[in-house]
Each structure stands twice: as structure tokens, then as C-alpha cells.
Write a protein that binds this ligand. Sequence first.
Ligand code: NAP
Length: 295
Amino acid sequence: MAAKIINGNEIAQQIREEVRQEVIYIKEKYNVVPGLVTILVGQNPASISYVTGKQKTAKELGFYSVQDNQPETITEEELLKLIDKYNKDPQIHGILVQLPLPKHINENNILYAIDPRKDVDGFHPVNVGKLMIGEPDFLPCTPAGIQQILIRSGVETDGAEVVVVGRSNIVGKPIANILIQKQKGANATVTICHTGTKNLASHTKRADILIVAAGKPKAITADMVKEGAVVIDVGVNRIGTTPDGKAKLCGDVDFDAVKEKASMITPVPGGVGPMTITMLMVNTLKACKLHAGIK
Ligand code: NAP
């Protein structure tokens, strides 16, 4: 039986509307507006496009939003000063530094300088630690989006066998950490696979929920998937250009073959992708409420 194709755009839209309504409510009741700054260093086209998308969404949802463009030549010290300025700015609740940064800047020094209460990417060690002990303030955006996809698609995670392919700090490890928590929308048995895993298929074939974040086109083929599994494809791989000049994308899963075997599957594009920016907005709203003491 062909799988249900999960519509990430629709779920993202649903959550954005919830955020938009809450922004109206807290503005009326408490006179506060969530504020997000996105800091872009240099002119990397992909980074410009990501930052533009974040700013556009923030504006659509009624946020106060600041786009801060800095030249490629900015020093680490100058960037740290800028972070400090936004750490102290009461109108700004979320600080996002678009990665990657130029080679002469140590990314961790920058990310660790962000006030953890304004770390809406969820990458600061304080927030990583809080997630680990089950008391998160901010979940990293892509993994948070994956959890929302599962919850809002009615996928039971409690007791499910989850296999995650990939152990990066931004996707693999945090989604595993989220789904092992003894909480609603989690409480799964999680296995993490990586390039050191022997016989990848022996693990993936056991998965009720298979989450793939390897960054390798078609790393997961139909013979590696259990009949009826839920398959979440995080991968975004550029495999050429469409006739109208846009990047042609594919995921890490052999979509056409796997959709005949899975019960649900996310497409690329239109699956996990739209959730990432959406969860950034959720985190910024949360940061604003934490700051203002709103429950
Ligand atoms: P990453 O840092 O490159 O990590 C990839 C992980 O996959 C590594 O842990 C690697 O193992 C593992 N891996 C690679 N090939 C494998 C294989 N054949 N078998 C088993 N494990 C394998 O990538 P990432 O940042 O997590 O991103 C993963 C993918 O998701 C990329 O395509 C990226 O573009 C996409 N992504 C999408 C979004 C979104 O919003 N949709 C957000 C973030 C990332 P080792 O650790 O052993 O090297």
C-alpha cells in the first residue's frame, strides 16, 4: 500500500497561525512583541536566502525583526561585541547567527556568547544540557519540527522503535535526545546510526519510525525499510537545476520506492524543511514569554 505523504507545508502553516494568534494576544494583554535579530556575515547566497526566509516569516507573524548584515571582514571581537549588544537589547528576545561563519571566526566562541535565554537555535551548551536532562527551554529547530510532524500526524512514539541515521549536533543527536525523554510525544526506544555502524540495514529494518539525516542522496533504499514504517527524511541534497533555474533537491531516502512500503513519509522538498523556520518562530515567541514572565 502506498504511504500517506506528510505535508510539512500544511503543518508548518498550522503552527505559524497559532504563533500569529498568540503574538496578537500577548501584545494586547501584556504589551510585548517578540523580537528576533538575524545576523548575517558575508554574502553567501544560501545564507542570504535562509536569512531572508526567516525575516519574512518573522514579519508575517507580527514580530519585531532586525536583519543585521555584517561584512565578511568583521573580526571575532567585533562580532562578540555585536552579540553583547543584542544580549542587552530588551526589544530582542531571539538572536540567530546564520552559519557558516568565515574561517577566521571561531563559530563556537560566537554561539557560546549568546545569552542562553536568547538562544533560539538551541545550540548553546546550556540549552543542549537542559534538553539532555529533560527540561528544555529551546529545542533545536529542525528536531523540534520533526517531533511536531510526528505529533500532528498522529504517529505514536510511546514505546516505538526509532532509528536515527546521523549523529550531528543539529539533527541526529538532538532528535534522539528529544524522543528518549519520558514525555508525551516521545518515550521511544532510540538507536542512533552513523558511518561507524556495522550493517546499517539491520537497524533501519527494525524501525517503526525511521529518521534519516545523513546528507547522502538515496542512502536509504526500500529493502532497508520495514513494511508500514513512518519515514522522516531530513536530507536536503542539491542534484542539479530545474528547467526554470531553481535548485533540484532530493532527500536521503529513495522516495519513489520507499513510499510503496512505508505507511507515512515526508517528501523533499515540502516535508521537514518548512518546519525549521517555523520552530524558530515558536522559540522566539517562547523566549519573549520567558523574558516577560508570561506562562
Ligand atoms: P552532517 O553534519 O553532515 O551529519 C551527517 C551524519 O550522517 C553524520 O553523523 C554521518 O556519520 C552520518 N552518515 C552519513 N552517511 C552515512 C551513511 N551512509 N550511513 C550512516 N550514517 C551516515 O549533516 P546534518 O547537518 O545532520 O544534516 C543532514 C542532512 O539534513 C543534510 O542533507 C542537511 O542538508 C539536511 N538538513 C536539513 C534541514 C532542514 O531544515 N530540512 C536542517 C538541517 C539539516 P559520521 O558522524 O560517522 O560522519
